[in-house]
Write a protein of this length. Structure first.
Length: 345
C-alpha cells in the first residue's frame, strides 16, 4: 500500500443548488388528495388533518402536507373545557404558528400589511421539501362555491426576512374566476396581489389568509363560509368545526397543487495525482512468490499495477473514505493518472 500526502491545491470546494418536485414519486403536480379517517378522528385530528397522495390504507401512501385551522379567538374547534370559551385547538394553532413566524406571543399575523385573526397553515412533511421550498414555483388552485382561485408567490427584488426566514406574499394569477381587483372585508382593505397568504420556504410553510378567502363573492372572495359579518361589519366567531376540511375540499376540487424543493449540495473535489514513477509497484500478495520475490521477472524493469480504489486517510492513518473506480486503471512508468474524487455532503 502506498501513501501520498495531498497538497492544499489538490482540494476544491463547491456548492450547487438542486431542485426537485416536492411530492412522492417526483410528481410535479399533485392532483389527488386523500385524508385518513382514523387520523382525523384522533386527538391530533382536532388540531390538523394530514393529506396523502393516495388512499392512506395503501402501502405507498405518504403524508404530503397537513392543514391546520388557526384562530386567535379559538373559533372553529371545540373548546378543551366545556363552558370555558376560546381555549381550543384552533387557538393553540394560532399561537404556535404566530410564535414561529413572528417570534412574538402578542401580535397578530399580518397579510399584505393587514392583521388577520384567523388563517390556515399548510405545513409540508419535512422529508418532502428537504432543505427548503423553491420560491417562484408555487401554484395552488382552490375551488369553492362555484368560484376558483389560483395562488402563486411573488418573488420581489428585495426579499423580506422574519423569524422563520424568507417571506413571500401570495397573489391571484390569471385563470382565477375572481379577477385581480381590490376588495374589502369588514373595515379592512385587502389587495389580492398580496393579501391571500404568505410562503415561508425555509420552514416549509404556507399561511393562507382566512379573511381574504372568506370574503363574499360580490367583493371578489371565495366565500368559503368560515365566518360571517355582523352589525357594523364585525366578524361573527365561527362555531363550525370543519374549517380544515373545507379548505381540503377547495384544494382537492381543483386538483392542482405544484411546488418544488431546493437543496444546496456542498461538494469537496479531491484531485489525486499519480506521476509516472509513483504507484507502479503493489504490495498485493499476488505480485510475490512464497520467498518474497517478484512472481514475474518482467515486473523488475517494467512494473505495472492495476488500481481499483483510492482511500483517503487522516494524519493518524485512519481510513475516512474509499473511492471506487468504474474499472481497473493500468499504471506504469509511461503513464500518469489524475483521478477526481467528489464528496457530497
Amino acid at each position: 500500500m502506498s501513501f501520498k500526502r495531498l497538497d492544499p491545491e489538490d482540494i476544491s470546494i463547491s456548492a450547487e443548488s438542486v431542485t426537485a418536485p416536492v411530492w412522492s414519486g417526483n410528481l410535479v403536480t399533485l392532483s389527488t388528495f386523500f385524508t385518513s379517517s382514523e387520523q382525523a378522528a384522533s386527538t391530533a385530528g382536532d388540531f390538523y388533518i394530514d393529506v396523502y397522495q393516495t388512499a392512506s390504507t395503501l402501502d405507498n401512501s405518504a403524508v404530503q402536507f397537513s392543514i391546520a385551522y388557526c384562530d386567535v379567538e379559538g373559533s372553529g374547534s371545540v373548546d378543551f373545557t366545556s363552558g370555558v370559551s376560546g381555549y381550543s385547538p384552533s387557538q393553540v394553532n394560532y399561537k404556535t404558528y404566530r410564535n414561529l413566524v413572528l417570534g412574538d406571543e402578542e401580535s397578530l399575523v399580518s397579510f399584505g400589511g393587514v392583521t388577520s385573526s384567523y388563517f390556515f397553515a399548510l405545513n409540508f412533511e419535512r422529508s418532502r421539501f428537504k432543505e427548503k421550498l423553491l420560491p417562484g414555483t408555487l401554484s395552488l388552485a382552490l375551488t369553492y362555491n362555484g368560484k376558483s382561485l389560483t395562488l402563486s408567490d411573488i418573488v420581489p427584488d428585495t426579499v423580506t426576512f422574519g423569524d422563520a426566514g424568507r417571506i413571500y406574499d401570495l397573489k391571484a394569477v390569471s385563470g382565477s374566476t375572481l379577477g385581480d381587483t381590490t376588495f374589502t372585508e369588514g373595515s379592512n382593505l385587502f389587495l389580492k396581489s398580496g393579501s391571500y397568504g404568505r410562503l415561508y420556504p425555509d420552514v416549509g410553510l404556507i399561511l393562507l389568509n382566512g379573511q381574504a378567502l372568506d370574503a363574499p363573492v360580490s367583493v371578489g372572495g371565495l366565500f368559503m363560509g368560515f365566518s360571517g359579518s355582523g352589525a357594523g361589519g364585525a366578524r361573527v366567531p365561527n362555531t363550525d368545526t370543519s374549517s380544515s376540511a373545507k379548505l381540503f375540499t377547495a384544494i382537492s376540487a381543483s386538483a392542482n397543487f405544484r411546488i418544488n424543493s431546493e437543496e444546496t449540495i456542498s461538494s469537496n473535489y479531491v484531485f489525486v495525482r499519480a506521476r509516472n514513477q509513483e504507484f507502479n509497484y503493489s504490495s498485493n500478495p499476488s505480485y510475490l512468490t512464497g520467498s518474497g520475490e517478484l512472481r514475474h521477472s518482467i515486473l523488475i524493469d517494467d512494473p505495472k499495477t492495476y488500481f481499483t480504489s483510492i482511500g483517503l486517510y487522516n494524519d493518524s492513518n485512519d481510513l475516512l473514505a474509499v473511492a471506487k473506480l468504474s474499472r481497473p486503471l493500468l499504471k506504469d512508468s509511461r503513464k500518469e493518472a489524475l483521478v477526481r474524487i467528489k464528496l457530497d455532503f
